[in-house]
Design a protein around this ligand. Structure first.
Ligand code: FAD
Length: 413
């Protein structure tokens, strides 16, 4: 009989435990510090749980900027179609939405968690709730057990560390997992927030709180050089900017800011138009609204709240009649509409990030098995590993695939 201890009952740990329990001979203990499993799973996808994405493998890897290539083997073992059929088999019907995102048909993350809980019970996994792992015990570079806050598990053959990252610590994943790995000699890549809103000191940004912009292009400038750009949707908040493209760009920005590099964004409000086309468009609008004041002559072009701010930034008097705007002023307006500049002072903290960038160095983990290259019998799975992806179901798929791979190999070894 093999004794397998899994630390952390999140997406990765649950899949690892279920897979390890497939062999009747194995005794599988799933240890969770909370009084219930899957706290973070419950809040994923705004309570709807975006379990995976139907994208193909190359697209998946592109959507995991944090060591996506490390996951090739794990994805080959258990990919999105496997996740979908796994959930269908256990009774969670799924549906595909915009951008290939897969959700439970019920739109309820709680259905996912409850069903997984029942699976653990049926698979005879011993679930130890309210049990926090304090130390992984080793002898001669081999795991032998786990010391917990309430006792000790001895004679363990395998320990799978799936204690999550460092974001949303109230869910139980507060970064202690990387500490458990680091005391065993594993290198920890510095933790940064990823998929996180960004802050600015600019008052005009804060005044636009709640305003969403669609079809804009945001470019990132790091130390004065363009480092990235993205097209899509963003939003202003009381502290700065957020929304899908900002979250996706935030990972690299947070890393740059941690190195004290200067970062600013430029927002192109009309990226589909060349400067000449935009100028022609302005001329048409100002002819149409020739006798209106400038503040009322841009209503076809921009959201209401943005107009006085754009005029201000372009040094144009809002009271000026549209037909009196000089060519120079119009050119300045074109430049402002295409280059709205926002200095970024910092990102929101790691605790508010959707995912953690950094964690256990992937070079010290065998990607085929998820086993530690330093300690026999130690496996890793999920966000505790230095892997992070964009929104769209990529992070949960990564956690499921790593969990499956660790559980299967721990069981087979
Ligand atoms: C608000 C939000 C929404 C998200 N939405 C999505 C989404 O829709 N789709 C998507 O793909 N990704 C989403 N993510 C990311 C995704 O939830 C995570 O990447 C994923 O849950 C990581 O799984 P995990 O099993 O590695 O860690 P976790 O789910 O964090 O699980 C780790 C578990 O380990 C437990 N634990 C920690 N330390 C110990 C210890 N010492 N002893 C015992 N137990 C311990 C924790 O309590 C926790 O239950 C979202 C994240 C957030 C914060």
């Amino acid at each position: 009989m093999k004794k397998i201890v899994v630390i952390g009952a999140g997406a990765a740990g649950i899949l690892a435990a279920l897979q390890a329990a497939k062999k009747d001979d194995n005794k599988v203990i799933l240890m969770e510090r909370n009084d219930r499993i899957g706290r973070k799973l419950m809040i994923t996808g705004k309570g709807r749980c975006n379990i995976t994405n139907v994208a193909d493998l190359p697209t998946f890897i592109k959507n995991i900027p944090g060591n996506g290539k490390f996951l090739y083997s794990a994805f080959r073992n258990f990919f999105n179609d496997d996740v979908i059929s796994f959930f269908e088999k256990i009774g969670v019907a799924t549906k595909v939405e915009r951008g290939g995102r897969v959700f439970p048909q019920s739109d309820r993350a709680v259905e996912v968690v409850d069903t997984l809980c029942k699976c653990l019970y049926d698979a005879k996994v011993e679930l130890q709730l309210n049990t926090k792992a304090m130390k992984i015990i080793t002898a001669d570079h081999k795991v032998t057990g786990v010391k917990t806050a309430v006792g000790q598990i001895t004679s363990a053959d395998v320990v799978i560390l799936a204690a999550g990252g460092s974001s949303y610590p109230a869910t139980g994943s507060d970064g202690n997992g990387v500490h458990l790995a680091s005391v065993l000699g594993h290198t920890i890549e510095e933790l940064h927030p990823a998929l996180v809103p960004l802050e600015t000191d600019l008052d005009w940004v804060k005044n636009l709180q709640g305003l969403s912009l669609r079809n804009v292009r945001v470019s990132v400038f790091t130390e004065g050089k363009k480092s990235a750009e993205m097209f899509g949707e963003m939003m202003f908040t009381h502290f700065g900017v957020t929304g899908p493209i900002i979250l996706s760009l935030s990972r690299a920005i947070a890393i740059s800011l941690s190195k004290r590099q200067k970062v600013f964004l430029t927002i192109n409000l009309k990226p589909a138009l060349t400067p000449e086309q935009l100028d022609a468009r302005l001329q048409r609008d100002f002819k149409k609204y020739a006798h209106k004041q400038m503040k009322n002559a841009m209503i076809d072009l921009l959201p209401h709240r943005l107009i006085p701010i754009i005029l201000d930034l372009a040094y144009i008097n809002g009271e000026k009649p549209a037909d009196q705007l000089s060519k120079k002023e119009r050119y300045k307006l074109v430049a402002t509409l295409r280059n709205l500049s926002v200095d970024i002072t910092k990102s929101r903290p790691l605790a508010e990030a959707i995912v953690t960038c950094g964690g256990v160095n992937v070079k010290e983990i065998d990607p085929k098995t998820m086993q530690s290259k330093l300690i026999d019998g130690l496996y890793f799975a999920g966000e505790v590993v230095d892997v992070d992806g964009y929104t769209g179901g990529f992070n949960l798929q990564a956690a499921f695939s790593m969990g499956y791979t660790a559980g299967k190999n721990a069981s087979d070894c």
